[in-house]
Design a protein around this ligand. Structure first.
Ligand SMILES: [Zn+2]
Length: 634
C-alpha cells in the first residue's frame, strides 16, 4: 500500500520472486510522484503486468492503473539478468508511472503533441531514477540517446518536435528519437533555465488545471510562465516548432568568451540559417559561471576567462564549436573536467569532425589522452565512439591501424576492470566492463577472444559458472566470433532454453555472427518455422547489426512471408531500421525504391535511413583519409 493505493506486480505462476525488484521500485516511485505532481495518483490500485515476448514498437504501455510490460522490461532473474537490465527495469517502471499523470490523467489533444507524453515521461524517468540511484549517473548515460536525436535532427528527414499528424501511419512514425530524446532534452533545458522549483510549481498547476482533460504544449508553457521569473514560451517555441540543431561558436574576445549562434547541419539542406533563443551556461576552469540566452545575429560575451566549457553541465540542446585557440587551451584540461563536460567534448568533437567543421584530430587526440580510470559512463561512451568509427572502416586497408589505436585506448580500461566483479564495486563498473570487453571482442582483441572462449567452454560443462552480466558478456563475444560448430552449440542452447526471455536473447546471438555464411544460416533459420512469432523479426534485426544490406535484401525478397510477423505500426519502419547502419551507397537507391511501394505518410523512417546512409558514405569518403594520416603520425 502507498497511501490508499494497492500496488502490485502481476506475473505468470512461478515468476513472483522475479517481480520483487519492480514492486520495490514502483512503491518508492509512487510516493515520489505523488509528491512531485502534488495531485496524488487517484486510482485505488496500480498494477504492473508482465507478459512474455517482445514488440518491434515498444517495451511497455502505460494503461491507466494496469501498466503492461514485456517480461524483459519488468522481471529480474538473478541468474540471467544483467546490471543494465536492473537499471532498465527501474527506468522503464519510472517512465510508465510518470505517464499515469502525463498521458493518462492529462492527455495530449492530438498526436502532434505526442511529445508532451513521451518527452516528458522520458525526462521524468531520468529525474526520478537519478533521485533514487544517483550512483547510476543516468544524466550521463542518457546523453547517448540525445546524441542519436541530434544526429537525426541535423540531417534530411527530421521534423519539429510538434509536427502535424494526418493519419495513422504518420502517428506511428512520430514515436521516434525526436519525440522522445530531443523532447526530453528540451524539457531538461527548460527546467535548468527556470530552476527546479519554478518548473515543478508550473507542472503542479498544469496537472491541477487540466486533470481529466486534453492539452497542447502551450498549456504547459503558460502554467510555467505564470510562476517563473524567467519566461520560457519563446524558447520552447524555438525548439519545438522548428527542427534542427543550433551550433554555438565560441571565440576569444577582449572581455571573455564571445558566443555566436549558428546552425549545425550535416546535410547542405540543413544549413539554412535559423534562429533559436538558446540558454547557454559557460563555466571557466577557475570556477566562474556565466549564463545567458544567445540568438542568431546577437552575439554575447561570457565574461569568464579561458579555458572555459560552453554548455557546462550539457543541459542545453546545441553543439559547441570552439575556435582553434580556445580548443587548444581547453582540450589538454579534459581529464579535469566534470564527466558531463568530458562527454560533451567527445560527442561534439566527433560530430563536428565528421562534417568538417573542425579536424577529426580534435576527437582522436581527446581519445588518445582520455585517462583509463575516468568515469565509467565516459569510458563506456568513448568505447562506443571508437566502435562507431571502426564500423566506417569496413575492412579497408587501414582498419588494422585504427583497431590497434582503439585497442590501445580500451585495453588499459579492461585491465583495470578485469573480467569478474570486484567486491563493493560501483554498479556502473559492471555496465562498463561488459561494454569495453564486448567492444574489444568486436575489435578482434586476441586476449579478450581467448578468455571469452575459455569461459564459454567451461560454461558448456558447468552452466552455473556464468551468471548475469558475465554470462551475457561471454555469450555475446563468443557468438559474434562464432565458427560453425560454436554456432550449432548456441543454436542447441536456444532450442533447449526454458526461459522465454533468455531464449529470445539466445536466438538473437545467432544473428550476431560476423561470419557471412553464418549470417545466411541465421536468416534462413528466421523463416524456418522454428523461432516463435516474436523471435522472427528479432533474429532478422540481429543480423542487420553486422550485415544491414544482407538483412534488408533478405527481408525484402521474403516480404510476403515476413509480413505476418510484423506489427501494423512497423510495416515500413522495420525495413528502414534493418538498413539504417548500411555503409553501401547502393542502399540509398534500394530504400528509395522501397519507399515508392508504401503509403507516402509512412515514409519518414525510410527518409531518415536514407539520410543516415548518405551521411555515412560521405564521412567514409571525406574523413577516413584524414584519420589515416593522423593515425600514421600518432
Ligand atoms: Zn512512454
Amino acid at each position: 500500500m502507498v497511501g490508499k493505493t494497492d500496488v502490485g506486480v502481476i506475473v505468470r505462476r512461478g515468476d513472483a520472486a522475479k517481480g520483487q525488484y519492480a514492486l520495490d521500485a514502483a512503491v518508492k516511485l509512487l510516493s515520489f510522484y505523488n509528491e512531485y505532481f502534488e495531485t496524488p495518483y487517484p486510482l485505488p490500485k496500480l498494477d504492473l503486468v508482465a507478459g512474455p515476448g517482445n514488440s518491434q514498437f515498444f517495451s511497455a504501455m502505460e494503461n491507466w492503473g494496469a501498466i503492461f510490460y514485456f517480461d524483459y522490461a519488468l522481471l529480474i532473474d538473478p541468474k540471467l539478468s544483467t546490471e543494465t537490465d536492473r537499471q532498465n527495469v527501474f527506468t522503464v517502471v519510472a517512465h510508465e508511472m510518470a505517464h499515469q499523470w502525463f498521458g493518462d490523467l492529462v492527455t495530449m489533444d492530438w498526436w502532434d503533441n505526442l511529445w508532451l507524453n513521451e518527452g516528458f515521461a522520458s525526462w521524468m524517468e531520468n529525474k526520478a531514477t537519478d533521485h533514487f540511484h544517483p550512483e547510476w549517473n543516468v544524466w550521463l548515460s542518457t546523453q547517448a540517446g540525445q546524441q542519436g536525436a541530434m544526429r537525426t535532427d541535423s540531417r534530411a528527414g527530421t521534423h519539429p518536435i510538434v509536427t502535424p499528424i494526418r493519419d495513422v501511419f504518420a502517428a506511428s512514425s512520430a514515436f521516434d528519437a525526436i519525440t522522445y530524446q530531443k523532447g526530453q532534452a528540451v524539457i531538461r533545458m527548460l527546467e535548468a533555465y527556470t530552476g527546479e522549483a519554478a518548473f515543478r510549481a508550473g507542472v503542479r498547476n498544469y496537472i491541477k488545471a487540466h486533470a481529466y482533460g486534453n492539452t497542447v504544449s502551450d498549456d504547459l508553457w503558460t502554467e510555467i510562465d505564470k510562476v517563473s521569473t524567467k519566461k520560457i514560451t519563446a524558447i520552447a517555441h524555438d525548439f519545438t516548432l522548428q527542427s534542427g540543431v543550433p551550433l554555438i561558436r565560441a571565440t576569444a574576445g577582449p572581455g571573455g568568451v564571445v558566443l555566436n549562434q549558428d546552425r549545425f547541419g550535416a546535410d547542405l539542406g540543413q544549413r539554412t540559417p535559423r534562429t533559436w533563443r538558446a540558454p547557454v551556461t559557460v563555466t571557466s576552469l577557475d570556477g566562474r559561471t556565466w549564463q545567458g540566452v544567445v540568438a542568431a545575429g546577437a552575439p554575447k560575451t561570457a565574461d569568464v576567462a579561458a579555458p572555459a566549457v560552453v554548455n557546462a553541465g550539457q543541459t542545453s540542446y546545441f553543439r559547441t564549436a570552439y575556435s582553434t585557440d580556445l580548443w587548444a587551451r581547453l582540450a589538454p584540461r579534459y581529464a579535469q573536467l566534470p564527466p558531463a563536460d568530458q562527454l560533451g567534448l567527445l560527442y561534439d568533437s566527433r560530430a563536428l569532425g565528421e562534417v568538417g567543421i573542425v579536424p577529426m584530430s580534435d576527437f582522436l587526440a581527446l581519445a588518445k589522452n582520455a585517462p583509463a580510470d575516468g568515469d565509467p559512463i565516459v569510458l563506456n561512451t568513448l568505447s562506443d565512439q571508437l566502435s562507431a568509427i571502426d564500423w566506417l572502416y569496413d575492412r579497408r586497408p587501414n582498419q588494422a591501424a585504427f583497431r590497434a589505436f582503439a585497442r590501445g585506448r580500451l585495453g588499459p580500461v579492461a585491465q583495470r576492470l578485469g573480467w569478474d566483479p570486484k567486491p563493493g564495486e560501483a554498479d556502473n563498473d559492471a555496465v562498463t566492463r561488459r561494454a569495453i570487453l564486448e567492444n574489444l571482442g568486436a575489435l578482434g582483441d586476441p586476449a579478450v577472444l581467448a578468455e571469452a572462449r575459455r569461459r564459454f567452454e567451461r560454461w558448456l560443462t558447468d552452466p552455473d559458472s556464468l551468471t548475469g552480466t558475465g554470462r551475457r558478456t561471454v555469450l555475446s563475444i563468443v557468438a559474434a566470433n562464432a565458427d560453425a560448430a560454436t554456432w550449432d552449440t548456441l543454436h542447441r542452447k536456444a532450442r533447449e532454453s526454458k526461459d522465454i526471455t533468455d531464449r529470445a536473447r539466445l536466438y538473437g546471438y545467432l544473428g550476431s555472427a560476423l561470419d557471412p555464411a553464418l549470417a545466411d544460416r541465421a536468416l534462413a533459420l528466421a523463416l524456418s518455422g522454428e523461432p516463435s512469432a516474436t523471435e522472427v523479426p528479432l533474429l532478422l534485426g540481429a543480423v542487420s547489426n553486422p550485415f544491414p544490406d544482407k538483412a534488408f535484401d533478405f527481408a525484402l525478397a521474403n516480404r510476403a512471408r515476413l509480413q505476418p510477423f510484423l506489427e501494423p505500426s512497423s510495416q515500413t519502419s522495420y525495413f528502414a531500421r534493418l538498413a539504417q547502419s548500411s555503409r553501401d551507397p547502393a542502399m540509398i537507391d534500394k530504400l528509395t525504391r522501397f519507399a515508392a511501394s508504401v503509403p507516402a505518410s509512412s515514409r519518414s523512417e525510410l527518409d531518415k535511413s536514407v539520410a543516415a546512409v548518405r551521411y555515412r558514405v560521405e564521412v567514409i569518403a571525406n574523413r577516413l583519409p584524414e584519420m589515416d594520416r593522423w593515425l600514421a603520425a600518432n
